[in-house]
Design a protein around this ligand. Sequence first.
Ligand SMILES: [Zn+2]
Length: 398
Amino acid sequence: MSTASDFERNRRARRRRARLRKKRIRAAIILIAFIAVIIIVCVAVSNCKNNGNQSLGGDAAEATLSPEELIPTAIPTSTLAIPSAAEENNLLQIIADAGQTKHCYLTFDDGPTEEITPQILDVLRRYNVKATFFEVGTLIESNPDVARRVYEEGHLIANHSYGHNYEKLYASTESFITDILECENAIKSVTNGEVPFNLIRFLGGSYEEGEYASIKQDCIQTLKDNNYYYINWNCANGDAQGKTKDAEDLLEFLKESSAGYNNLIVLMHDASSKQSTVDALGSIIEYLSGEGYTFHRLDDIDYQGSKSSVQTGSTSSGESETSSAAGSENETSSDNTSVSSSGNSSSSDSDSSSDDENDNESSDEEDGDLTETSEPEPEEATPRPTAVPASTGAIVIQ
Ligand SMILES: [Zn+2]
């Protein structure tokens, strides 16, 4: 009897254990399913949040985009049917001879700076305009990310000396070219080794007047020997001339300075103190666009080799005496149409007292940028950039 009842007890106990096991397994399955549901819900919520952020647009969205996604990637068909630097290295003269119409070249000297250059780039991007930045070697080394952004967003980086030190730069033709080539190395460090265009702008312009006038003329030949172009300007916003100007003053200055010119090479600055240049830039672009100009980098020249009359100012006569930097370049030329050639104009721009040079420890004169020019380089030595689009010229307010 006892064995039969023991057997029965054991059987019941086994059944209980089996039921218990089944319950546990069921509980485990429910727990796993519950966790899985929680994970799925979390993932779904997270995706929703991301989508929400993306739909915000504007800066938050843009910040996640690479420069390639932000800018048009059209490659310049341009340019360089222009004479070699060995033949003619005054780019202002080449532009005058090109036979093109209503091209505007916005140029910024004395950067890159952390404070101003990114803001300039933001405005240029908003209007889909490409420009030329004459950068200082030491500042490229201090602000490599900013310099790289200039390059990656399709603007032209050109050479504005290594140290922006007049005394050192103009001590001799040897010190001059050494300094320029040192800046070239700094440029290459942010352009994947490329020299986009052998082009410089002289500190203080290339003019035949002033303290360094004589050595500057010798340096023009040195640049020629090294296949470099140079360029001054024929128009300015006045951000380095006289007293500090607000955005409205700069626009008015530019309107006067640009009057009557066919092609414009506009001198501006992205030195750290030039907030008003940022503030005025949008209205300047809109004004010039309204006047019929298209915007280009300085390696984007529609050269027809026409050696046509040296004309940049097609309209009214005689307004060359606009007291601006531009006007000053033309004072000695016969009429407003000239895009003054190399250094023979009188460059009154020396008034530019500005603080642009503040960024550069060693600069001794601050007249600087109101009297500067730049040179081009030989086409062979510097093939056109393939990765960097030239300006489209189109104004697109985005
Ligand atoms: Zn300068």
